[in-house]
Design a protein around this ligand. Sequence first.
Ligand code: UPG
Length: 701
Amino acid sequence: MTQHTPTQPQKKYVLVTGGAGYIGSHTVAELIENGYECIVVDNLDNSSYESVSRLQILTKHKITFYHTDLCDKEELRKIFVNHNIDSVIHFAGLKAVGESTQIPLKYYRNNILGTLALLELMQEYHVEKLVFSSSATVYGDATRFPDMIPIPEECPLGPTNPYGNTKYTIEKILNDLYESEKKNWKFAILRYFNPIGAHPSGLIGEDPLGIPNNLLPYMAQVAVGRREKLNVFGNDYDSRDGTPIRDYIHVVDLAKGHIAALKYLDNTKSEGLCREWNLGSGTGSTVLEVYRAFCDACGDDIPYEITGRRAGDVLNLTAKPDRATNELHWKTELNVADACKDLWKWTTENPFGYQLKGVVDKFAAQKDDFESRFITLGEGTKFEVTFANLGATIVDIKVDGQSVVLGYKDEAGYLQEDTAYIGATIGRYANRIAKGKYTLNGKEYQLTINNGENCNHGGPSTFHTKKFMGPLVQNPKKDIFTAEFLLLDFGKELNEFPGDLIIHVKYIVNVAEKTLDIEYQAELVNGEATPINMTNHTYFNLNKVNKETFAGTELRVASARSLDMDMKRVVPTGKIITREIATFDSSKPTVLGEKTPDYDYAFVIDENEKITDVNTAKRRKLTTVAKAYHPESKIGLEILTTEPTFQIYTGDWLSAGYTPRQGFAVEPGRYVDAINHEQWRESVILKRGDVYGSKIVYRFT
Ligand code: UPG
């Protein structure tokens, strides 16, 4: 007998070609917002993977990415083989009108052949729905007709440049294909008017390479000083102020038009269809009107000069958007002022778009593996830090060109079985949980034992083997770089920790101050509560350039008060004792020798403070907990944290290609095994609706 179980609504997989580009990336954001799953394919010819990386942080969603050229049919085929694609939104193509007149063959080859390969594969793999990114450019100069402004879809077509001809040709191909197999195909052809603006988050926007052709990106570059002045191409047109009229449409509205079209294709009763829709606002604005709106948004009258007409420009391109309103139930909701405001936010927060000076993709596990990047921030400065997606790991820190931490050159190093968690983000639960057991909300959990009789650093669900999404890399101020990683820790596979977590790891690199701030944040999005305790597991050797071990390192700590340990079971007894270690007011530091002293103890900043809050970043001040200095390299390190305890480990069990005492770790965190100690327990239980938070700072001198 067939068993019927209630089925969840099936997610739609949409293949977005050109999804890393301007309109594509905004559409991916809307698709995810509307519950679709996306696969992005892009040759990154005129776009950057950063947009995809940022989209993952923006949407808190994994986006599968292929660095593939549509013209490479066999590579493209892999996507159809690997995924169950339901529909395609096809943006990929070259799009500069002026350039297309210079290199028409490249435009025809790229735009037409790419589309043919895509359609052939869609036919072969029975993917029948396509939304095509066409353009108002297919109408050419609609003012050649007496009554075609605003422009309806019925307006005769007549593109006037090779780029427009490619869009026109693809429309024809789609029509011919539909005519040949009417029942098989559902094609929505969207003719865009002038897309402008950026996502209101300021995280994604238009990032033209070289000198921008279009009005708004050009003005934005003038406003941030990258260009001297705006050239207004002619004020002798027959319009209210003599400058040409265009139908400018906010890119978010435009993106929403694609969702409307996709839903139309999903829901239409027709067996097949091939139909065009204008996506415009229906309102025309002159160049000077847009100029004024942009100056209002940026609070400055940017310089401009009226120059001669630009070849190929026409007086008026305004849409009649009624068909989209009536059939797709879509219309614009934002205006030119909104677009200018959002463009200004994008521009000021990303004056050089996605390309940041001082940020370098060092190497990935293998070419084109964008989930496995090693990204260096502050390249070429006196403080460089390299991060990996794997474990949101600190791969390297260079102070004045000298590496001061342990790390591997590729991912394989980090995935060795005898891992020492080098540089990694530790979670969901850092440090030991006695016998790997805990109870929460009346339920008993047994974790995998991986350390004596205990579970250390979260066991098999540990973060150091997980690929974090992102990073979102920004350069918000001179000398400051940030990299934000995100992990969906939905732990379902092992069921060792309850609930679904969204984990944020944000690194702030200040190259002038030589500081690295680490901010952890976690939010429970499903389930009632979970134990949590995060830290970073960097091993330092401040004298690495001179010696293999850290011997000679002078160490001081904030407090010698330390958790008493049951040394047999390697878990705290619950008592606090004093250990022999130099504190800040000691006359002499503790010098770490070749063999001794060997520490693997947690120290307590203030044993009288009752730590109940799961968010120390919010409630507690940053406190310096340890200071280290090596007289040979003359490099100093100070470690600050909002956490109440810190583990000092002199690396006496170092493994995975390293030998004992090549690096020492200082791991701030909650009380060890707090989940099993009533007096500490509250600080490691994250409940639904609360936010876990903590902060660590590494400051070098
Ligand atoms: N303009 C200037 N100075 C500049 C850039 C543009 O005065 O530096 C004027 C230009 O003359 C035109 C208006 O601004 O009147 C808009 O120009 P632009 O932003 O280049 O857009 P369009 O020429 O209208 O073309 C855009 C797309 C094209 C698309 C078309 C659809 O580039 O691909 O087909 O909009 O309407």
